[in-house]
Each structure stands twice: as C-alpha cells, then as structure tokens.
Design a protein around this ligand. Structure first.
Ligand code: PLP
Length: 290
C-alpha cells in the first residue's frame, strides 16, 4: 500500500497522522479486539459504501461491540477524510477497537469507549505488467480461525500466509481448508470453468467480499454463475481464475503452484469483466451525487 495521505481521523478529530496517538492499553493493540473496513474511492465516489458500512455493522455485532456511529455518521467521517486527502482514486481505511481501559482484562469492559481511526491512501492502480501478465498464486493450507466472515483486525494468519506466498515467489495465496478452496489471503476467488463463473459460498470460512458481490452483479446478465463449494483440485481444470478485492479490483491469476492457468495469460472472460467494472465505475461517476 502506498504511503497514506498526511491527515487522519481519530476519535472525532482530523489531525496529522504523524501526531495521532492511541494508548498502548488499547484492546486493539493488546488483543486485536477490533474490526476494520477498506472502502475504495473511484472517480471521486466511494464504491459500494452501503455494503461496506453494513459489513462493518455486521462485524461489530459479531464481536458484540455497539456501533459508535450510524450510517450517516460513518459516511460523514469518511467524507472528511477523503476531502482532506483530496484524491479521486484512493482507499479509505477505518478501524474500530474496544478502546483502552486500566488493565489488561480478557473480559470486556462494561462501558467500552471505542477507538475510531480512519485514514486515506492513494489507490494502488495495478501495474501494467499485472494487467498484461496476471498474478502468480500458490495454494496454502488455510490456517486462520473459524470466523473469517468477521473483518477482524487480527490478521496474523493472513499476514503469515501472504508472507509464505511471497517467499515462494507468488503474489497471492489461495487458501484451502479441508480440501476446499476458501479465498485468497486478502481477496475472494473466482474460477471460470466451461464458461460458468464459480465462486465459494459466503459462510464462516470467507469474508463476504464487496467486490465479489460487484463482480457477481456485473456477470449476472452475461455468464451462468455457480456459488458452491469448490474442491481445490478443481483449480487445475479452470480456464481462468480471478481474485477480487476493494484494494485491487478484479485481477487474473495466470499461474498456480507454478503451473499455468489456461493459456497462462489473462483470459477473455477476465478482460470482459475488467472492462465491465471500469464502465460501471464510469457510469456511477456520471450520475449526480446525492
Ligand atoms: N477476503 C479477505 C481475507 C480480505 O482481506 C479481503 C479484502 O481485503 C477480501 C476477501 C475482499 O473483500 P472486499 O472485496 O470487500 O475488499
């Protein structure tokens, strides 16, 4: 991720990121007791903001932390951060933790005072070589916890997997649990098999991806879609494999475990999906903002 813009939001205030301070007793720091979101801004518009804020709400409910803001409150905070940054293509990061207390108690505090933090960074547009040559992936055993549907700041499993992928010369890890493909270490995954778009179902094993939903919506009038459990061994039969995330859009995977996917080049269905997504973003940008 590119270096963030210099102004951040912390607990009600905009301030220089370099001056933002959080207590070392914050439960986010001690226990990773918190959740987060990453909202992309394209052509000056937050993309799928409602879905991101709903997922934030669901993550907070799942960790039994009252949502400190309603949807309008969150939208206003993100608008302030985006305005301060001034970019038209960026990523907005926001995080809520259960806050600081006087000791290190596993038990929740009775009246938590959540820490709310947000910052912006420039959108990392995919390098031409990725669009032309695709990503390299490796399959790895999914070592994460059993609630991957919560967008928890406890990302050690994801971080270790991403590092393992990098150590093997790959850009992303495709994760396998009990023989089934789940998702990437920071992305959802799609297979194209005989013209059908296939993706694992939303359940506790994966994060319900906002870009996954966008891809499915954009494919609905074009490709047959199957949302079903996918055995990892099916990957080698796929004509195309894609990964999707708010931070990178939808990208083609052209090799898995050092074997080419299809022709070993970004496929025609990915090319069409990429253009559909770009057109969709142009259309959103052309409609008047509310
Ligand atoms: N799965 C994981 C583990 C992720 O970290 C992410 C995004 O960072 C995704 C899936 C994709 O979700 P979204 O498309 O909402 O960014």
């Amino acid at each position: 991720m590119a270096a963030p813009y210099p102004t951040c939001y912390l607990n009600g205030e905009l301030l220089p990121l370099a001056e933002a301070r959080v207590s070392p007793l914050d439960r986010g720091f001690l226990f990773a007791d918190g959740v987060y979101e990453v909202v992309p801004v394209h052509r000056g518009r937050p993309f799928r903001l409602g879905a991101h804020l709903q997922r934030l709400h669901d993550s907070l409910s799942a960790i039994r932390l009252p949502n400190p803001h309603d949807m309008h409150g969150w939208a206003a905070i993100l608008e302030r951060v985006a305005q301060a940054a001034g970019g038209r293509e960026m990523l907005l990061y926001l995080q809520v933790t259960r806050g600081a207390e006087t000791g290190r108690n596993h038990l929740f505090p009775k009246n938590p005072n959540p820490t709310v933090f947000a910052f912006a960074s420039p959108y990392p547009a995919p390098a031409g070589q990725v669009l032309e040559g695709g990503l390299r992936a490796v399959t790895l055993e999914d070592i994460r916890w059993a609630r991957c549907d919560i967008k928890s700041i406890a990302l050690l499993g994801n971080v270790l997997l991403r590092d393992e992928a990098a150590a093997r010369g790959a850009d992303e890890a495709l994760l396998v649990r009990d023989g089934l493909l789940t998702e990437g270490s920071s992305s959802t995954v799609f297979l194209c098999i005989g013209g059908t778009l296939v993706t694992p179902p939303n359940d506790h094993r994966i994060l319900p991806g906002t870009t996954r939903d966008a891809v499915l919506d954009l494919a609905r009038d074009w490709l047959p879609i199957e949302t079903c459990e996918v055995e990892a061994r099916v990957l080698k039969n796929a004509d195309e494999v894609w990964v999707a995330s708010a931070g990178r859009g939808v990208l083609p995977v052209t090799s898995i475990d050092e074997r080419p996917v299809g022709q070993g080049r970004p496929g025609p269905l990915w090319t069409e999906m990429y253009h559909r997504l770009q057109r969709h973003l142009d259309e959103i940008a052309a409609t008047p903002a509310l």
